[in-house]
Ligand binder design. Structure first.
Ligand SMILES: NC(=O)c1ccc[n+]([C@@H]2O[C@H](COP(=O)([O-])OP(=O)(O)OC[C@H]3O[C@@H](n4cnc5c(N)ncnc54)[C@H](O)[C@@H]3O)[C@@H](O)[C@H]2O)c1
Length: 355
């Protein structure tokens, strides 16, 4: 059987992880790549053996033999490229955040429904082995009713600069860039409850602190510290229709002693931590038990999660599995992210109509 031809649009940092995972999948052929920056696209094509190189994604999408694409571009292009790809009959794996606004998310959702193609949102943390281990314990009832969760992604220094720091192209700062992951995985493990209200704050007080020396951090392919129009810290309290609540705090920079990632869930029968380390907490015979699962990686396993995400995407495009991160979830997460920004801007709680 001939291999499925894959195209990757955007060949910056994260595309390498997609491409590594595609290369490891025996059913696919890395066929075409595209980047506005021609040199970068060519270098990627050479590294991964793609035979077709473009600077205009429309040309890549016009190739009828392409089965599916990964979209690894700036956030402001996720909606238009997703829609164009779906319309061209391609299955789509779009990096997070799915879009910049709820309106765009609804347009993408409508296009998925109309075209019948698979769109998987790059909520890679759902695909991490530990998230799936925890999901199984939750489905088995270990935590009971989950009524509270906490999602933190705090960098003391880590504004990636370039487009990430340009609100027009990114849609926002740490909330939409790294907060999206921990919010999403908490919400997924909570059973995807409908959001009821959001009260959020965002701060733009420390700048990008590009003056700091002797401490390295993740940078955009086109790192440039001269522009910074995004928040450096945000927090929120999210309430759900089932009465559960989620507390969030995220930063690109903060006067914190160290970086911190936390994903914690609390139910009426037990609790769990996915980050910083997988742990299960419960009570047996009037004794509080902290269970430490014996697994190879106690926290997020970047390579395994991306491989699982890409393999799952390919299976979904072939109708073997449902995607774990469908467009509908992309829409709900955009409601949460945009709700936090709106609440922060207006200084008011945002209340959603009951569905
Ligand atoms: N899932 C994760 O853990 C994770 C991690 C990092 C980044 N991301 C996401 O991946 C996306 C890319 O991030 P990155 O870190 O690779 O950024 P990057 O700046 O390293 O690369 C982005 C690339 O996209 C190209 N590009 C932009 N618009 C384009 C267009 N219209 N057509 C073709 N190419 C275009 C740029 O030239 C650049 O090479 C973002 O949406 C980001 O949020 C996800």
């Amino acid at each position: 059987m001939s291999k499925l031809k894959i195209g990757v649009i955007g060949t910056g940092s994260i595309s390498n992880v997609h491409l590594d995972a595609y290369r490891n999948n025996p059913e696919v052929e890395i066929y075409a790549v595209c980047d506005l920056n021609e040199e970068r696209a060519k270098a990627s094509a050479q590294k991964y053996g793609a035979t077709h190189v473009f600077t205009d994604y429309n040309e890549l999408l016009a190739l009828p033999e392409i089965h599916a694409v990964s979209i690894c571009t700036w956030n402001n292009t996720h909606a238009p490229i997703s829609i164009a790809a779906l319309e061209a009959g391609k299955h789509v794996l779009v990096e997070k955040p799915m879009t910049q606004t709820v309106e765009q998310a609804l347009q993408v959702q409508e296009t998925v429904r109309r075209t019948g193609k698979v769109l998987q949102v790059g909520f890679v943390r759902r695909y991490d082995p530990n998230a799936q281990i925890l999901k199984q314990f939750i489905d088995d009832g270990l935590l009971g009713n989950i009524y509270y969760a906490k999602a933190s992604s705090l960098r003391r220094l880590g504004n990636p600069g370039g487009w990430f720091a340009d609100k027009e192209r990114s849609g926002g700062g740490p909330l939409i860039d790294i907060g999206v992951h921990v919010i999403d995985v908490c919400w997924y493990l909570m059973g995807r409850p409908k959001v009821r209200s959001i009260s959020g704050s965002a701060y733009h007080l420390l700048g990008n602190r590009s003056n700091v020396r002797h401490l390295s951090f993740y940078k955009a392919a086109d790192y440039d510290a001269s522009k910074n129009t995004v928040e450096d810290m945000a927090n929120a309290l999210i309430r759900f229709e089932n009465g559960a609540s989620l507390m969030v705090d995220v930063s690109f920079t903060l006067h914190a002693k160290k970086d911190e990632t936390a994903v914690k869930l609390f139910g009426d029968k037990g609790g769990a931590e996915l980050e910083p380390e997988l742990a299960l907490i419960t009570e047996r015979n009037d004794i509080i038990m902290n269970w430490a699962p014996q697994v190879d990686h106690l926290s997020f396993n970047f390579g395994a999660a991306f491989q699982s995400e890409i393999n799952h995407f390919i299976d979904a495009t072939l109708g073997r599995k449902e995607t774990l991160s469908p467009v509908d979830d992309g829409v709900e997460i955009m409601k949460i992210l945009c709700g936090i920004y709106e609440s922060a801007e207006t200084g008011r709680e945002i209340v959603f109509e009951e569905a």
